[in-house]
Design a protein around this ligand. Structure first.
Ligand code: FA5
Length: 350
């Protein structure tokens, strides 16, 4: 066996192995390299296996060359292993780096929506006057939404509240007034009935600055012996003063609702101009906030309260309109758009 050729092979192996080691980029490749160049089937082991055919006096020289080569590869492997560990650690540290000097993430504080606030305020005012609070279904029957409120089929007044029908007999309620009947039916024959009913209602109205197809109302109903129109006016004046300020004036205008007789639209003095006349009140000095009246004898009788003995008043106010007035919101749509510039104004100070 040519010893010189073997020595050259050993040097070639070393050069190849060190070259390959430079390409190693991860732990798996490093392990592969170790098995390949330092394992039992490595080229160096094969050289060792050929030692038998080398002349005896030459063997130590070749053996030493193999051992030196193996030592160098072993050392190179260890160095590469350490370098790789260090590199991986550094990469991990870099990727998990936390800048402790960054400011913390601010937690946004939530706030009640202006509509919810107004509802709660209205509820508080009426609770203070001895009313209780009830809620009714948004999917209502034609019977309760219209017929029991003295609005028979084909009555022209239905047009004012043309609505979303689910079937011939079921619809999305157009007002909270069906709860007048439901409340009386549940209470009869007890008096006094003294309840307010907040809730969402739906109409086929075109959306504009003052109208929405879905909005909120608060119904009020009082039934007892001897209830008069002056009671209605007194309660609404008390409400208006609590809601808008102690000097707030209220005016009742004759109107028509099939379920009240007499009926009235109720205005408050324009909050924007104090009554002088402006764009908000269309130069009238007054703004309508609700419809009201004395409960119609038919409605009382059908709900189980004999109108010859009992009388009552009812009203239905638009919550959005009140919120707009109270907070100077010019377009009803602002209330539904979740624009933080509007909503932030209602965040209470911490
Ligand atoms: C009614 O809905 C009657 N149920 C009120 C009532 C109750 C009368 C009890 C008598 C006795 P009206 O359609 O006028 O009436 O609506 C009442 C209030 O809801 C209005 O004054 C207004 O503030 C508000 N409103 C009506 N339509 C809309 C709409 N499309 N968008 C926002 N608010 C509305």
């Amino acid at each position: 066996m040519d010893v010189g050729a073997l020595e050259t092979t050993i040097l070639d192996i070393e050069r190849e192995a060190l070259g390959a080691l430079e390409q190693v980029a991860d732990r798996a490749a490093l392990e592969e390299w170790r098995v390949r160049y330092l394992g039992k089937k490595s080229p160096l082991s094969q050289v060792m296996r050929q030692l038998g055919s080398v002349a005896a006096e030459e063997r130590p020289r070749v053996g030493e060359a193999v051992n030196r080569c193996r030592d160098r590869l072993q050392t190179a492997w260890e160095t590469a292993k350490e370098a790789l560990s260090e590199r991986l650690l550094n990469e991990r540290l870099a990727s998990e780096r936390v800048d402790v000097t960054l400011p913390g993430r601010r937690r946004e504080r939530g706030a009640l929506h202006p509509l919810v606030r107004v509802m709660q305020e209205v509820e508080d005012i009426f609770l203070g006057m001895g009313f209780t609070i009830a809620e009714g279904p948004e999917v209502e029957t034609d019977e309760y939404n219209f017929e029991k409120l003295n609005l028979p089929k084909d009555h022209p007044a239905r047009d004012m509240q043309d609505t979303f029908y689910l079937t011939d007999a079921l619809l999305l309620r157009t007002h909270t007034s069906p709860m007048q009947v439901r409340t009386m039916e549940a209470m009869r024959p007890r008096v006094p009935v003294k309840v307010i009913v907040p809730g969402r209602v739906y109409r086929r109205d075109e959306d504009d600055a003052t109208h929405s197809h879905a909005f909120n109302q608060i119904e009020g109903l009082v039934v007892d012996e001897g209830i008069r129109m002056s009671d209605l006016k007194g309660v609404l004046e008390q409400f208006a003063r609590a809601m808008f300020g102690p000097d707030q004036a209220v005016r009742l205008r004759p109107s028509f609702f099939p379920f009240t007789e007499p009926s009235a639209e109720v205005d408050v003095r324009c909050i924007n101009c104090g009554g002088a006349g402006c764009r908000v009140c269309k130069d009238t000095g007054w703004i309508e906030i609700l419809g009201a009246g004395m409960v119609h004898p038919h409605v009382l009788d059908w709900a189980g309260y004999d109108h010859r003995r009992y009388s009552g008043f009812a009203f239905g106010m638009g919550v959005e309109r009140i919120a707009m007035l109270k907070y100077g919101i010019e377009d009803i749509r602002h209330l539904y758009q979740n624009d933080l510039r509007l909503l932030r104004q209602f965040a209470r100070p911490v």
